[in-house]
Write a protein that binds this ligand. Structure first.
Ligand SMILES: [Zn+2]
Length: 218
């Protein structure tokens, strides 16, 4: 039997009436976590689609599979957390070898001093994988990205935590990690994460990590 093509689920952690955390930009316009994680998820999928022939990894976006024709600003139901994994799994597991569910979020905290990335994972067996995503993100986005876009070097403060929100992925035998890209309540992180060129960089880095982890030829 020929090996199945691999698939990864990119999961923008919020959408529709569930905007996630929110903050105002310098013109007083509200910016939602939903908007940032959607932009990054789309960019990752675009990159993986472009690389698909070489890498043999197919990407789907959880919310697009749950709501065909999905408009991330308009869905009036709160998307179920479990279905972010179960719906794509149900549709594709016979045809594809589903390897990873990568959830994207932005953090918020009472203190404006809290900043940088956090990774969550649910099983000890996902620790190495979670560290790989976190290290790539910290090094290539937080440290190198701030250097490129803001001209100063910044030591990353990154954390990893074990959390059971990922048990839908665990239940289906899929690797599961949840990456918090930064804190919208930190003005440094916020100014960084709303930039389209930074979102491009984030997508590039996560795309490369996914390809290096899962994209070997079958
Ligand atoms: Zn969130």
């Amino acid at each position: 039997m020929a090996d199945k093509k691999k698939m990864v689920i990119i999961d923008p952690g919020h959408g529709g009436i569930d905007p996630g955390c929110e903050t105002k930009d310098k013109n007083g316009k509200w910016v939602y976590e939903r908007d940032i994680v959607w932009a990054v998820a789309k960019k990752i999928k675009d990159k993986l689609d472009a690389a698909e022939a070489q890498s043999l990894v197919k990407a789907v976006i959880s919310l697009e599979e749950m709501y065909p024709g999905y408009d991330y600003t308009k869905v009036s139901k709160r998307p179920s957390l479990r279905n972010r994994v179960y719906v794509p799994w149900q549709k594709y597991h016979e045809e594809f070898d589903i390897k990873l569910s990568l959830s994207l979020h932005c953090d918020a905290a009472e203190s404006a001093a809290a900043q940088d990335a956090t990774i969550f994972y649910s099983e000890d067996s996902d620790l190495q994988l979670a560290e790989r995503f976190l290290n790539d993100y910290a090094e290539k986005v937080i440290v190198d990205g701030v250097q490129v876009f803001f001209g100063h070097r910044k030591p990353p403060v990154v954390e990893r935590e074990n959390l059971s929100v990922l048990n839908a992925a665990e239940f289906k035998g899929i690797d599961g990690v949840l990456l918090e890209l930064g804190f919208l309540t930190s003005s440094d992180d916020f100014q960084f994460l709303i930039r389209a060129d930074v979102q491009d960089l984030i997508a590039e880095v996560l795309n490369n990590t996914i390809i290096e982890l899962y994209g070997e030829k079958v």
